[in-house]
Design a protein around this ligand. Sequence first.
Ligand SMILES: [Zn+2]
Ligand SMILES: [Zn+2]
Ligand SMILES: [Zn+2]
Ligand SMILES: [Zn+2]
Length: 198
Amino acid sequence: MTNLQPCIECGALISKSAWPCPKCKTHNPQGVHCSVCGYWSTPISEKEALSRTNEANIRWYHPECAKRILSIPADALCRDCRTPLASFWDWETILKDTNRDNKSCPNCGAKSVLVKDGMSTGHLCIRCELPLLSFHELDGLYHASCHADMNKEAKEIIGQAEDKLRREQEDARRSRGGCSGIILVLLVLLVFLRVLFS
Ligand SMILES: [Zn+2]
Ligand SMILES: [Zn+2]
Ligand SMILES: [Zn+2]
Ligand SMILES: [Zn+2]
């Protein structure tokens, strides 16, 4: 009974270990994780998510998360002809385009205008696996926001583990305290009985 749960795509009650879903054949009956929000976030259905295939691996995204990372700001310009990059590309084209050769400016032909200075073409953020683009603020090979999210998560996970440990230690101390209390009561009772019957 407890081993059953609804498939996130079709709602059929299926075994937790069923793969793919026997009814709708989805390979992700428990949902997919947004690569921007991270592995510990609530899973979503494939229908709600956007996908991108990098090499052999499929990454999933909340549409709003992919949009937040990939939207081209109005002040991102071609370094040569100064045309706004947003007049050529939008975030959805960048999401779908997994060709590692970076784009040259359709107006003046300048090479790799979407690539950050000094970075080789096609670099992906280690966390979200979306491209690192010229207008992004970076932290090593991460988007700065992705790196900050990752640090926050790590702190939360460590915090939860520490809380659990603290609670277990307190429980252990309390049960030890409880034991010595009972022993004390028994000792007092014993002394009392001895006095009574001597
Ligand atoms: Zn299903
Ligand atoms: Zn997300
Ligand atoms: Zn240009
Ligand atoms: Zn990222």
